[in-house]
Write a protein that binds this ligand. Structure first.
Ligand SMILES: Nc1nc2c(c(=O)[nH]1)N[C@H]1C(S)=C(S)[C@@H](COP(=O)(O)OP(=O)(O)OC[C@H]3O[C@@H](n4cnc5c(=O)[nH]c(N)nc54)[C@H](O)[C@@H]3O)O[C@H]1N2
Ligand SMILES: Nc1nc2c(c(=O)[nH]1)N[C@H]1C(S)=C(S)[C@@H](COP(=O)(O)OP(=O)(O)OC[C@H]3O[C@@H](n4cnc5c(=O)[nH]c(N)nc54)[C@H](O)[C@@H]3O)O[C@H]1N2
Ligand code: SF4
Ligand SMILES: [Mo]
Length: 890
């Protein structure tokens, strides 16, 4: 399949769903470009998309099925999975097994997994990591619209006169959407942008103003707006489309009686709230983009409905340039919802609790009657494993030991479960440590099928890479197990095309216009048409004809009207107290993806935020005696972790922010979810990841150090160990330990315990208390380690160059012992522009010496920010923070 002709496919990262053109150059390098014909990105991509070629490595891949850690053949692995699931079902019933799946599967994979569990195992115990991500939006949209359908499309964001980002850091998490807003603002300077987020994020850079509201108080803010709209009689023109609920209005009035009260409850300035409401009232074309700051909350569904209520009541929906817009997280979060792979849904947007729907699906699948009782949702599925109720689980395309709240509990549950099957593309993950059977899946570039993005656009992912080892497509693996379990005909799929057509047929089966999700227009695609399928937005009733906007003629509820939903604002369950006086918020960074199994392979992406960290306000840092860059222990009632302190004004006093990304594969003890409580929204069952009460304590290590080597180090008794890839197969480790100076040498040697003592080059500075060591591997460098009281400066680039050399000269041995530093080289600091590898110090120097006074000039001078543009907000901040006058002595 390797060829030079670009293959059109879709990015495997965020829900923007950018189209890509990928090819393999003569030298074997993968080349990734934005697809100018894809409606989502029109050729643009962000830094994660641009670095994809660094992540398609064979290193670390799972290439062979394993049972109890031993390689086995596919027939043996499939037999073992089928037999163990059948055995559990026979002995304990179908509810004793579960599937935990992922928005990173393709629609075809997802469809087959759901069909097997709901139609043929006879249980609804299949849930997805989308529960952690989109469940509140699903619940909110279904209540309000009668269907889980996002009303608008990306074009609306450009057509709007007011764009609101709430609980969304799109600059980092949906960068191409953010760039489309930046462009729109350039063309239309009157476009107003508001960001509602307790934190000042990179997204605030283009905002006219930022409302740093009290965490969790969103419903009050939007109820206040509904109250304003009510008092101005806004509903009159829209009553045709809305079913007004007196209760909903009453609650809006009583929970948010005045702007002043709202401001008080949300910790905002009254004038700011008034200004926000005025902007909403002044502009008819309003788009509200929302994401995890809204969804991941114990009142997530309420917050979603509070937003939808305002758009519905004021008629700002269903027409060009307006509407509430849920930004989906994963590349196929939407596809998963379409096939109904959630424990409380049925295929093709049908409902488990609806007997007509159950009958219809049973008839279509030709299976036994479907079960009415909803299955376990994500967090509860792991509780059921811990309680011994689930005895066999199959985890596909997700890493729950890192991404679910209370990760220690999740690990205990996995340990307790007698049969854990894991399908993944990589061998070592925090979850795979608990697997009894591992099944190697094809990854991005190798697999083929469809995904649906935030604007309901179905796009093809196409393969263009060789299939490595024994890895197989997820749909193939599931189908083979299903057949082995006795369902030969129902899972006799030959390819993903057949599955897609079946899925499309089911969406139209006895639909009669009742269900919005209908792609029956794609049900008859032949192989070639499926191969060539162009991006298309559902519903698709006629071949080739998609739908930009939903609900223009009413809503899919019995009376054709949408519903205003009563929203009673609730405080987060995570409350600070004397023992845990700070509130920890969590989320994402620009250049990493989730648990880093893919993005962690890219040295370029590792340079932006190389270590697990947390942001803290200067007042809190002072109060708790924390210095910038120091290692700190954060502790909750459930667990603790070590993170590096970054002091800035971005968050409110009393609040911290830490990224969710680091797992045991990269860091010894820095998984945020070991602290996060599994508090759930009672409607959507989505966890409250954003509000965890924690305590804070600086670590006082006996030494801190930096090591470089190709493989693992033995990190038995360290306080902290984090690794980041800095070159091809080369890792940098940042370390901290308890030991005092007298034992540093033996600690150093024990970290590389397989190296003979005689092979070491060492320099021990008793005056400055520093240890520097290195060892050879053949004639080349095998590893190096620097230990001191405070963090040694080491130059990743220089060290990587030394590691690449087949032979090390005497002079270079000296450089090894100096940490690769040479006076002529400037330490670039953290990398701001990942596309061109431009470091913070270079940009600051250009600003301070007056060579660059704006983003454009920084670009012209250093190229930074001129490719994908993801770093423009950060360049903007550097320009604000570093005024040239500061460099000129008075
Ligand atoms: N770089 C990168 N991009 C990604 C991902 C990734 O891992 N890395 N993951 C993808 C996925 S799956 C998802 S779901 C999306 C998530 O995309 P986002 O939701 O944009 O990302 P988060 O950082 O989780 O959270 C967004 C913001 O919510 C704010 N917030 C916290 N509490 C509240 C609150 O009470 N109210 C309000 N209004 N805001 C609050 C946080 O401060 C944070 O800035 O990103 C997708 N894109
Ligand atoms: N504290 C905190 N925790 C959070 C969040 C937060 O904001 N804060 N956000 C939550 C959200 S929104 C999300 S979406 C989750 C994400 O959390 P996860 O889904 O656990 O994160 P990933 O690292 O994307 O895990 C995907 C796994 O699937 C594997 N994989 C990749 N491609 C394939 C494939 O094609 N087939 C198979 N079988 N495997 C594949 C990868 O190697 C990886 O192990 O995290 C949630 N957890
Ligand atoms: S915005 Fe970036 S990560 Fe998201 S789909 Fe596009 S290229 Fe991929
Ligand atoms: Mo997500």
């Amino acid at each position: 399949m390797c060829n030079n002709k670009p293959v059109k496919t879709t990015c495997p990262y965020c829900g923007v769903g950018c189209g890509l053109e990928c090819s393999i150059a003569k030298d074997g390098e993968v080349v990734v470009n934005g697809d100018t014909e894809h409606p989502a990105n029109i050729g643009k991509i962000c830094v994660k998309g641009a670095a994809l070629q660094e992540t398609v490595t064979i290193e670390g891949r799972l290439l062979q099925p394993t049972i109890a850690g031993k390689d086995v053949s596919w027939p043996s692995a499939i037999d073992a999975v089928a037999i163990s699931f059948l055995d559990v079902i026979k002995r304990y019933g179908p509810d004793a097994v579960g599937f935990y799946v992922s928005g990173q599967l393709l629609t075809e994979d997802y469809y087959v997994a759901n069909k097997l569990m709901k139609g043929f195992v006879g249980s609804n115990n299949i849930d997805s990591n989308s529960r952690l991500c989109m469940a509140s939006t699903v619940a909110g949209q279904k209540q309000a619209f009668g269907a889980d359908g996002v009303p608008g499309c990306y074009e609306d964001i450009e057509l709007a006169d007011l764009v609101i980002f709430t609980g969304s850091n799109a600059a980092w998490c949906h960068p191409v959407i953010y760039q489309r807003v930046v462009e729109a603002k350039k063309l239309k300077p009157n476009l107003k942008i508001v960001v509602i987020d307790p934190r000042k994020t990179a997204t605030c850079d283009i905002a006219d103003f930022h409302l740093p509201l009290k965490p969790g108080s969103d419903a009050t803010l939007w109820n206040g707006l509904l109250n304003e709209l009510r008092s101005l009689g806004y509903n009159r023109e829209n009553s045709r489309f809305i079913e007004e609920d007196a209760d909903a209005i009453e609650w809006a009035v009583s929970s948010a009686p005045s702007i002043k009260t709202v401001a008080g409850l949300c910790n905002l300035k009254t004038d700011d709230v008034a200004r926000f409401y005025e902007l909403f009232l002044e502009n008819q074309k309003v788009v509200t983009l929302f994401s995890q700051g809204i969804n991941q909350s114990t009142s997530g569904t309420g917050k979603v409905n509070a937003i939808l209520n305002c758009h519905l009541y004021s008629g700002r929906i269903g027409k060009p340039g307006m509407g509430p817009f849920s930004l989906t997280g994963q590349p196929n979060a939407m596809g998963g919802r379409e096939v109904g792979a959630l424990a409380n849904q049925l295929a093709a947007h049908m409902d488990i609790t609806n007997s007509e729907h159950r009958k219809l699906v049973k008839e279509f699948w030709r299976c036994k009657p479907l079960v009415k009782k909803p299955g376990y949702t994500a967090v509860d599925m792991f509780k059921a494993m811990a309680d011994g109720k689930i005895k066999a689980v199959w985890i596909m395309g997700t890493n729950p030991a890192v991404s679910l709240p209370d990760s220690s509990f999740v690990k205990k549950a996995l340990k307790k479960c007698p049969m854990v099957v894991v399908s993944d593309v990589v061998k070592n993950t925090d979850t795979s440590r608990y697997a009894d059977i591992m099944l190697p899946a094809l990854g991005w570039g190798e697999k083929s099928g469809t995904v649906t993005n935030s604007e309901r656009c179905i796009s093809r992912q196409r393969s263009f890479l060789e299939k490595p080892g024994q890895a197989k497509a997820d749909w193939w693996i599931i189908s083979k197990v299903a057949q082995k379990m006795g369902h030969k005909d129902a899972f006799a799929y030959k390819n993903e095309h057949e599955i897609f057509c079946e899925h499309a047929q089911l969406s139209g089966f006895k639909n009669g216009g009742q269900r919005v999700f209908d792609i029956s227009g794609l049900a008859q695609l032949n192989t070639e048409e499926y191969d060539l399928l162009k991006p298309i937005q559902w519903p698709v009733l006629t071949p080739g004809v998609g739908t930009k906007r939903l609900y223009q003629e009413g809503y899919p509820r019995k009376n054709g009207k949408a519903r205003l939903v009563t929203v009673i604002p609730q405080d987060p369950k995570g409350k600070i107290n004397r023992a845990y006086p700070l509130l920890l918020n969590s989320g994402r960074v620009r250049d990493q993806w989730h648990t880093m199994t893919r993005s962690g392979n890219s040295p370029r992406l590792g340079r932006h935020k190389p270590e697990p960290y947390f942001d803290i306000h200067p007042d809190d840092a002072k109060r708790y005696g924390i210095n910038n860059g120091e290692l700190v222990k954060l502790k909750s009632a459930l667990g603790h972790g070590v993170f590096r302190a970054v002091i800035n004004n971005n968050q409110r006093v009393g609040e911290l922010f830490a990224p969710m990304h680091w797992s045991r594969q990269f860091s010894s003890n820095s998984t945020v979810n070991s602290l996060v409580h599994p508090f759930l929204d009672h409607q959507s069952k989505q966890p409250e990841f954003k509000q965890t009460p924690v305590a804070i304590k600086a670590l006082t290590p006996g030494w801190v150090g930096v090591a470089f080597c190709r493989g693992d180090i033995a990190d038995k008794s360290l306080l902290y160990a984090n690794r980041v890839k800095v070159g091809s197969n080369l890792w940098r480790y940042d370390l901290a330990g308890k030991d005092d100076f007298s034992s540093w040498q033996s600690v150093a040697r024990s970290l590389f315990s397989n190296v003979a003592d005689s092979a070491w080059l060492e320099y021990i500075d008793t005056g400055y208390l520093a240890y520097r060591g290195g060892f050879m591997s053949g004639d080349g460098l095998g590893g190096s380690l620097f230990m001191a009281k405070s963090r040694p400066v080491c130059h990743n680039g220089e060290m990587a160059k030394l590691f690449e050399k087949a032979e090390i000269s005497n002079q270079e041995r000296g450089v090894v012992l100096s940490g690769g530093s040479s006076q002529a080289k400037m330490d670039e600091g953290k990398i701001v522009c990942a596309c061109f590898g431009v470091g913070e110090q270079k940009i600051i120097t250009a600003i301070l010496n007056g060579a660059a006074t704006n983003v454009k000039e920084v670009g012209r001078l250093l190229k930074a920010g001129t490719n994908c543009g993801s770093c423009i907000p950060e360049i903007g901040s550097l320009l604000l923070e570093n005024q040239p006058s500061q460099a000129v002595p008075a």
